[in-house]
Design a protein around this ligand. Structure first.
Ligand SMILES: [Fe+2]
Length: 132
């Protein structure tokens, strides 16, 4: 390989490496069959009623319930709550012997978007967004 070709390939490699963080940031927009919701159950169509978290707010208390049976081979693993702007609020993990219910305290006077996730050990990652 000629020196000029080698230099060109090295520059091309550097350009690709520089572009990777941009591509990685774009990935959250491509959630088909990665993140599931009532409106987009993807390949899990038919089981969304058991996996989409039910979210209620009473004052500053946010309650998350997933209407999913709990058994050793098949259960809800966790709930996560994220506020507007991607600010992580809280996470609760479950054993198969638990009920998939969690409570979280919103910051005083919080108004805005709340993203809640529920993860099933067999049926992946489900999301629900509400505005409080
Ligand atoms: Fe499940």
């Amino acid at each position: 390989m000629q020196r000029r070709q080698l230099a060109a390939r090295a520059l091309a490699g550097a350009a690709i490496a520089a572009a990777l963080p941009i591509a990685a940031r774009a990935m959250p927009e491509q959630n088909e069959n990665v993140v599931f919701s009532a409106a987009d159950p993807g390949h899990w169509t038919g089981v969304e009623a058991l996996h989409v978290p039910d979210v209620t707010v009473d004052g500053s208390t946010l309650t998350v319930k997933t209407p999913h049976p709990m058994s050793q081979p098949h259960y809800i693993v966790s709930h996560t709550v994220v506020l507007e702007g991607g600010k992580f609020l809280d996470r609760k993990t479950f054993a198969y012997t638990d009920q998939p219910v969690s409570t979280h305290t919103l910051p005083a006077g919080y108004k805005g978007l709340v993203t809640v996730t529920s993860t099933c050990n067999l049926h992946d990652f489900w999301v629900k967004r509400i505005t409080v």
